[in-house]
Design a protein around this ligand. Structure first.
Ligand SMILES: Nc1ncnc2c1ncn2[C@@H]1O[C@H](COP(=O)(O)OP(=O)(O)OP(=O)(O)O)[C@@H](O)[C@H]1O
Ligand SMILES: [Mg+2]
Length: 460
């Protein structure tokens, strides 16, 4: 009787089975059965006793404490979290192998260990490996404790006095309540739920490392993201030094904030002057490039959009956007084709936002159109021109938010001309002496402004 019972539950329909099945007998889906612990039924009266303590009260009478935020020592990390670390929160940090998750969290742990007790629960690396990293990064570790363990059940006893705990990683730890191996859907969910209970009951902040799948999503059940207060993705090319930290969920802040980091030999450092890193050196020489002042969270950054088009060899033309939504690209191609007579149906289209940044706001539409038109006409866009605006299906250019901030950023970066929605002119007129402001009403008129009437487009 001492052994805990487990059942297998279908993640799709919730059907249960006492043993694992490859195919759910209820909904017919494959590989959806995950193990779950059967909790011993609590005596009914106990549950009622707990319930009876909770009484409905007026919302206006509820008292609360403001989030107590602790600085992590890395300014960009605090920005992404919404202004610092909130006590008792669960922060999931996902990212590709070797991107620097453990490095970032070791640095933060070392900073927090001066004044707080911090526990590094390392399930992937031995204590000496973590020590070696700390030595290499020349970290000064005060009250930083380390434990090399994979079973999470003993964690509770180690948490006395601890304020911050790092779990590296959720896929490598397991709980004895389930018989499945670590990293399985059931184990990940159960371990995360246990950590959440501990975090909320004892006010300990957990930083949890999560692995990502080949497709780039966090490995494990979706419910893992629901349990967390904050879900961060650490992205970037391994060969490049720049890394981008994005929040995809944040209960305590804005999710559109991004943090830019640099991998140095002293570890990960915040990049404070990020203004030129999303622009290429060869800008203005090759066709197919356009620059847009993109607003991410509270900051505005000039980002270069590069496109390449090539004749489709056979069959369906390919559309390959990186950093730009696929459906958005299809929509803008249709607008260019219908409203500006730029046919793309016999071309493969590749489009990339520089530096691995994701452009999700509609204000980037006009620059995407400009880059595509430049690639099609084979005429480069002037190096000192920036473009922003939302494009409608009729081909009209709509006003966007933060127009003033965007123009300001262009002035700061030394741009000489900015193409923007005509409806935004009023708010930016005061910059007319610093930069040439060109109001645009229709996508078609932007193409004429950029490439003139007698462009190669006529040949298409
Ligand atoms: N001796 C070294 N000198 C300089 N940089 C190093 C050194 N060792 C490791 N690195 C850098 O640290 C990175 C690995 O960092 P880290 O171990 O924090 O990644 P991770 O995301 O935790 O990986 P994993 O998913 O495997 O745990 C490497 O990509 C490399 O760039
Ligand atoms: Mg690691």
């Amino acid at each position: 009787m001492a052994k805990n019972n487990t059942i297998f539950v279908c993640a799709e329909c919730g059907a249960t089975s006492p043993r694992w099945l490859g195919r759910c007998p209820s909904c017919g889906k494959f590989n959806t059965m995950a193990e779950e612990a059967v909790k011993s039924d609590k005596p009914e009266k106990n549950n009622r006793a707990v319930y009876s303590q909770a009484r409905a009260q007026k919302l206006s009478a509820v008292t609360f404490e403001r989030y107590d935020r602790t600085p992590s020592g890395i300014s960009e990390f605090d920005t992404v979290l919404g202004g610092g670390i909130v006590a008792g929160s669960l922060v999931l940090l996902g990212g590709d192998p070797g991107i620097g998750k453990s490095t970032l969290l070791t640095q933060i742990a070392a900073h927090l260990s001066h004044g707080h007790k911090v526990l590094y629960f390392s399930a992937e690396e031995s204590c000496s490996q973590v020590k070696m990293r700390a030595e290499r990064l020349q970290l000064d570790t005060g009250e930083l404790y380390i434990v090399n363990e994979t079973c999470i059940d003993g964690l509770e006893s180690e948490l006395d006095g601890v304020q911050f705990c790092i779990i590296d990683s959720i896929q490598a730890v397991y709980t004895d309540d389930l018989s499945s191996s670590s990293g399985s859907v059931g184990q990940v969910r159960e371990c995360a739920t246990k950590l959440m209970r501990t975090a909320k009951s004892r006010g300990i902040t957990f930083f949890i490392v999560g692995h990502v799948t080949k497709e780039g999503a966090l490995a494990g059940p979706k419910v893992l993201e629901h349990i967390m207060d904050t879900v961060l993705y650490f992205e970037g090319e391994n060969q490049e030094n720049y890394r981008i930290l994005r929040a995809v969920k944040n209960r305590f802040g804005n999710v559109s904030e991004v943090g830019v980091f640099e991998m140095t030999d002293r570890g990960i450092a915040a990049v404070t002057d990020y203004s030129g890193i999303f622009l290429s050196e060869s800008r203005g020489q090759e066709a197919g490039c356009a620059v847009t002042p993109a607003q991410t969270g509270n900051r505005c950054m000039n980002v270069e959009i590069q496109t390449l088009i090539s004749k489709t060899a056979f069959g369906q033309p390919r559309r390959m956007p990186l950093g730009i939504d696929y459906n958005k690209l299809a929509l803008l191609l249709a607008v260019l084709e219908k409203r500006c007579s730029l046919p793309f149906q016999s071309y493969d289209v590749y489009i990339n936002a520089m530096g691995g940044i994701k452009l999700s706001e509609p204000a980037c539409d006009l620059a995407v159109c400009a880059a595509l038109a430049s690639a099609h006409t084979d005429e480069p866009i002037d190096k000192y021109t920036a473009i922003f605006g939302e494009v409608g299906l009729t081909g009209e250019v709509r006003a966007v938010s933060y127009a003033e901030k965007r123009v300001q950023e262009c002035v700061k970066m030394g741009f000489r001309r900015v193409l923007l929605p005509a409806k935004n002119m009023k708010s930016v007129a005061k910059y007319a002496d610093k930069i040439n402001i060109v109001p645009i009403l229709y996508v078609n008129s932007m193409i004429k402004t950029l490439f003139g009437q007698g462009s190669n487009r006529a040949k298409a």
